[in-house]
Ligand binder design. Sequence first.
Ligand code: SF4
Length: 310
Amino acid sequence: MTAIGKAREKYHIMELLDQMDRTGPSHPLRQAQDRPLRQAQDKPLVRVGDIGEVETYDESPFISATSPSGRRTGRARAFLKVQEGCDYNCSYCIIPAARGLGRSRPLDDCLKEARRLAAEGFQEIVLTGVNIGTWEADDLPGTPRGSAQGQGLLFHDLLAALSRVEGLRRIRISSIEPNLITDDLIRLMARRENIAPHFHVPLQHASDRVLKAMRRRYSIADYRAVIERIAAAIPDAAIGADVMVGFPGETEDDFRQLVEALTALPLTYHHVFRYSEREGTSASRMTAAVDPAVRKERSCVLREIRRKRG
Ligand code: SF4
């Protein structure tokens, strides 16, 4: 039996398969089930390929600005995947295990697809990836980054190259980790009119104790400094953040620090997530879980701050 779920179902896939398994014998799902396989297994089986071995990048699915559906919806935005996987090891995150270590799409390949999208008539492309700020490439084929022959290319070099693609009117970056926002990147975004002045910078927490337990790669002082540098260089920049409440061991005082930071930082918006245990992560084995009712209460407080921000 094949089951396809959306992203929000992925963490509950075993429960969903269990529910399917309990459907009656006349249920179509049940009838379609692979009985010999099920008889051989005590539990449902999830088969996936090894994404860590994936080195090719599918061309982006999109709605063309010139296609009938594009004209109907008026959408003219395409997604360009420039990176896959993540070498970071945040304690609550299952993505490195699921998507493998970080890999960068070659520069020529990114440029080729950007030109194709521009030729299709797209007004805007959004650069996507799991951890796009880690994109890197050798500047000469076969020369390792930082070697005597080559200095290596970093994310801002990719963005600069893409911003010069003829016919591309707008480029937007998706989420980028705060420790990867360099002055070179900020200067480039301030200078190039066709790069949207939009930064989505995950914060997750404002207590250094919690950030350390999450294994994030910055302190709240580092985060504040980078946001202030962006705001100073690009006064009309939209700056957004993700924050998480209810991480194991989060105290009232940690939460107060998060409230204060969200109130004081020059953010345009923030998204609030309630921590939930992900099997296979080191955070799921931490003690001192925060009561689910407290998680809910704290997320309501942060949503209220967002509502007041407008
Ligand atoms: S939260 Fe982001 S940076 Fe951290 S491990 Fe997951 S994908 Fe990587």
